[in-house]
Design a protein around this ligand. Sequence first.
Ligand SMILES: C[S@@+](CC[C@H](N)C(=O)[O-])C[C@H]1O[C@@H](n2cnc3c(N)ncnc32)[C@H](O)[C@@H]1O
Length: 186
Amino acid sequence: MAEHVCPVWMGYLLANPLRRLVQNPDTILAPYIREGMTCLDAGCAMGFFSLPMARLTGPSGTVVCVDFQQKMLDALKRRAGRAGLLDRITTRCCTRESLCLDGLQDTVDFALTMAVIHEVPDPAFFFTELWETLKPGGRLLAAEPAYHIRRARFAEEVDLARNAGFTVLEYPAVAKSHAVLLEKQA
Ligand SMILES: C[S@@+](CC[C@H](N)C(=O)[O-])C[C@H]1O[C@@H](n2cnc3c(N)ncnc32)[C@H](O)[C@@H]1O
């Protein structure tokens, strides 16, 4: 079971705009998000990726931001308010054991989980919940920090995603990360 979780003070560092110099959310996400989509950011922290997702989905889109730390979500909402994006963002405070995605089955076009899987107690169940939430044909970009997670462990995580029903589409290049693009096949 994963014991480490990202502390709230680290959430502020992760949301620092300087991070864009290494990981530009627009470049990373633009290939997968279209206007009007419903997106999910699983383990969103303070929304470094959620806010750019909300800009990419446009006013007719929605981004569901899920984290088990309410203080991360509170900061995300403050940041979204300042950016004028609150109307297209919803937050859900989940538990460590479940993303608590009740009512969202088969509704999400695109999901992201960035630097989260290694903190989740049961990654197999985490992937199952994400699979159930995606529409048929929906995609999940899953990435892990390369400085922290060995390639072999990431390969094990990808196997868990396959076991949950996902098909591997590709391994996109994401700076300082291992990344995989997964699909819930139609
Ligand atoms: C390292 S941070 C990454 C945050 C964000 N994805 C980013 O890249 O900026 C990991 C986040 O995942 C959340 N997290 C960890 N375990 C989780 C779980 N079981 N369910 C939901 N969120 C979780 C943590 O609270 C933290 O906000």
